[in-house]
Design a protein around this ligand. Structure first.
Ligand code: PGA
Length: 127
């Protein structure tokens, strides 16, 4: 089963919830893992089942990064806020880096997340 990580900084949480709602049919066929607060919002505002890691500032990005190192995650949609400094920026940089180390597809905004998910779903259909 395709396993997708969904993460959003605070200003982007409404956008990732709307994204999850828009793709809920496809996402319901996937295993979804989220950082804590993103996962809480998606669980509350969609019918999707999500696995929640710790909140980002408390280590959630690193927990997801560990799964990427284990190659158990197929793709990451990370709606980042480019305008606000994050207290856990080193963890975020580490997450981006480990995606590159393992050639794990990573989208860092809504538009690229849409392409990523569309591409993944096409691939799955072709399987
Ligand atoms: P959150 O973490 O979903 O717990 O807010 C996201 C992040 O800041 O990386």
């Amino acid at each position: 089963m395709t396993r997708i990580a969904l993460i959003a900084h605070d200003s982007e949480k409404p956008a990732i919830v709307a994204f999850a709602q828009r793709y809920s049919e496809a996402l319901s066929e996937c295993s979804i893992v989220c950082t804590g607060t993103t996962g809480k919002r998606i669980a509350e505002e969609t019918d999707l089942e999500v696995e929640r890691k710790a909140s980002g500032p408390l280590g959630g990005d690193m927990q997801i990064g560990a799964e990427i190192a284990d190659e158990t995650i197929d793709a990451v949609c990370f709606f980042r806020d480019p305008l606000t400094a994050q207290p856990h920026e080193p963890d975020i940089s580490a997450l981006l880096r480990i995606c590159d180390v393992h050639d794990t597809p990573l989208a860092t905004n809504e538009a690229s997340s849409q392409f990523l998910l569309d591409g993944l779903l096409d691939l799955d259909l072709a399987d």
